[in-house]
Structure formats: C-alpha cells, structure tokens
Write a protein that binds this ligand. Sequence first.
Ligand code: NAD
Length: 475
Amino acid sequence: MEKTPNSSPVGENNSYDPTLYEIITAQREFFATGKTRDISFRRQLLINLRSLIRDNEGLILEALRADLGKSYREGYMTEIGMVEQEINHTLRYLKVWNSPKTVPTPYYLWPSSSIKYRHPLGVCMIFSPWNYPFLLTIQPLISSIAAGNCTILKLSEHSKHTTRLLCDLIDKYFDREYIAAYVDSFEAVKAIRREQLGLIFYTGGSTVARIIMKAAAAQLTPVVLELGGKSPCIIDKTANLRLAARRIVSGKLINAGQTCVAPDYIYIDSSVKDEFVGYVREYHDRFCQAVPTENKFYPKIINKMHFERLKNYLNDGTILMGGEVNEDACKISLTLMEKIRRDSKLASEEIFGPILPIFEFNDINIVINTLRKRPKPLALYLFTKSRECRRLVLENLDFGCGCINDTVMQLSNPHLPFGGVGDSGMGRYHGKAGFDTFSSETSLLRSSALDLNPLRYPPYDDRYLYLKILFRHFI
Ligand code: NAD
C-alpha cells in the first residue's frame, strides 16, 4: 500500500498538541472516505503489519531486551509469536466475522427478515502499558484494523526502547491517516476530553483508568478497560502438586511476574503445603539454573521505582525461598513468602513482580467466602482433581479468565475472549471478541409491503384481549 503525504490542516480549536490534532483530523477525514470499510484494504493492512513484524523481528527482540531484559525466546513466545498468531487467525476468519448474519424473525412480523451487520467505530485510540509493550499495542491494533477503524496508538513512556522503535516502524509502514503512534499521555487525555472518538481501548492500572474514563465521559466516548488486580491460585489437597508447582513457577517467572494475569498469591490446603513448597524449590532451580538475579536471560524490573516498591514487599512477611536482589541489574529472584502481615501492601496491592505469597487453608468454603469479599480478579487458577471443589469455585467466584490445572496459558487461545470483570476491567478482545469490541452492530428489519398484522395500527381503544393472548402465548 502506497503512503500518501498527510495534508490535513491544523484547526483553530487547537487546545492540545497540534500534532495530535492533526492526526485525529486526518484520520477522521480518511475514515469518512469509506476506504477502511473495504475488506481487502483491511486485509492488506494486516499483511503489512505482518511484514513489519517479520522484517524487524531482531530489532523488536532487542528493544524488548533493552526495556525488560527478556531473552529472545521469551520475547518471541510472549509478544511476537502471539501477535503473528492473532494476525493469521484474523486473516482466516475476517470475512466470516464481517458478513451480515440473519437472525430469526417472529411470525407476527412476517413477511420480513432480520439481519445484523457490523460497522467500524471510526477513529480509535489504544493506550498500551510497558509490561508487554509490543504485544499489548499490536494485539488490539489487529482488532481495530480488522473492524475497519483508523487507529492512534498511545504508547507507554516507560518502555522507551520499544516505544521508540514502534513509533519509527508505524511511521515507516503505515500512513498516519489510518495508523499513527503517539506518546504524550497528558496531551492524549486533553484530546480525549475534546474529541469524540470511536473507542478508547486502555490497558494499564486502575488509577490512570479513572482519568481516562472521566475524560472520555465528556464526549460520551465508549471505553474498554483492560486492568489488573490480584489473581489467586487455589491448590486443594487432591491437586497434582508437582504439576501445580511447575505451572505456577513458570507462570510467575514469565517477565519476572510483571504480567497482568500472573499468579499473585497462593491459597493451599495446609496438609500439602510442605510437599508443594519442596516442588516449587525443585522447579525453580531447574528453570532458573543459576541465581536468577545473575542470569542475563532473567527479565529485569522495568524501573527503579517498581524495583524499590517490590523490594519493600520483602519485609511484609517471612521469606521461604529466594529473596535475592540485584540493585544494579534491577532484578529480584522468584521469592516465595509466608506469614504475610494482614495490613501490609503485599497482602492488598497487585504485586506485579516475582514475589509469591502463600496462605494456608483447611476449608475451601472459607477461601471462597474470603475471595467473594475481594475485588473480582482478572484471572483465577485452580489446581484440583476434585469435581466438587471445581464446582464450588466456578459457581461461587467471578473472574475474567483462568485455568484449571494451569496458569497464564488461557491467553494463547484466540478463541477465548480476554478481559476483566468489575475492578479488573470491562470489555473483551482476542480473536472475534476483539473484532466485535472494535465494531458496532447494526440491527435491521427488512419489512415487506404486505400487512398481515392489523393490530399494530391505530385507532387504539380499550380492547386488548387479542394482544394479551398474543403476548402471553405466542411471542
Ligand atoms: P499505567 O496505568 O501506568 O499506564 C498505562 C498507559 O497509560 C500507558 O500508555 C501510559 O503512558 C498511560 N498513562 C500513564 N499515566 C497517564 C496519565 N496520567 N494520563 C493518561 N495516560 C497515562 O499502567 P502501567 O503501569 O503501564 O501497567 C500496569 C498495570 O496494567 C497493572 O495493574 C497490570 O495488571 C495492568 N495490565 C493489565 C493488562 C490486561 O490485559 N488486563 C495487561 C497489562 C497490564
């Protein structure tokens, strides 16, 4: 696809960054041309995006290493690979998702037919966080392109290498009239307050989410919030403890725990705790090989502020395993903690790092009652072989996503919608759910000129027995 020069004028009501104003205006004008409604145009953009990734794989992996110390394998597995999978999945199903769907029509509307079809929303803005700065920017972008929108990517200031690279690549591969990258958070919020957009798709913490939502309310712009929270792991006494240890340790080691769906803390039946802790040590040693803080392939904490925050958590209880820190490299080893102080931040805040508190229980019902009083988590992981335990947990607890006998892997299935509930967010994406989120549904009744239902027309009077029979027994 040929790039064309951006020729949109800067308007007079320019009370936020003129560059951003120019982008929004240019994207609005481009959207109005109707070009993004063409499925082949969307497919071409997705193919261009795939080329961007394939041509620059090495640069992307290097940027992820510079920001978060990710090894190439981890960077590819958790960011680039997921995005390639999503592009291929979308290219495969786009036509089906976008095609109008016929739905049943009640007999009293006959002869007519009912259809639903999807529309793009317009100019959408995607706020992405620093922890998966490539994945969490590009994955929602795929849905936005697929749905036929123009998109502004609002990248994180914290992951500066990936952000800089993405700004360059987006500029090189796409015209700003349909995809643009932008970094300044404050100017973005000012723009949201002044401009009605098609959708704001925000991934990040709840404090900023409130700012975004408030600004969006000024223009009634719809908002999707992909937030975090404390995601529990529950292990009952019937669980395969080796499996639980292996999958919890690996889930927590990814990105050194800086993952929104990472296990935040463990509830374990006290009768199996010691055995489980033994397996955790075993798998930790096997997966890390050397002390993680000295291992160049073990991810680092994004910045000093988060490093200090996490280091302070180490005083909130007793360390069972780990606890090593490397100030220079900004690394903290996977740390298992117990006897957590009830009033501590470790007990109440999302950890978002490689620290894993462990709590014991004797009765699963008490765990369920406790969790019901807490904010609804983004993810929940249950390790059990008991059908009854599974039923109790699934029937009584709400959470955005999760696994039975695994952690984090739910994200790798593009057929499973992803998102939070309550405090952990609202809205869904991945695969078709993303396409639906970035588009609106139009419902249409195609009526005939034949009138087979005289009851609908005035004049009305006080007789309504026919209607009563109709509504009660036939509708
Ligand atoms: P953050 O809230 O600091 O930043 C997210 C985005 O908001 C970035 O683009 C950032 O530049 C922007 N931003 C920051 N301050 C802003 C402001 N004052 N006004 C406007 N925009 C601003 O979040 P974070 O620290 O980058 O991410 C950590 C949180 O995100 C954790 O709670 C984590 O669980 C959550 N998270 C959720 C998901 C998910 O998919 N549900 C994924 C990753 C992270």
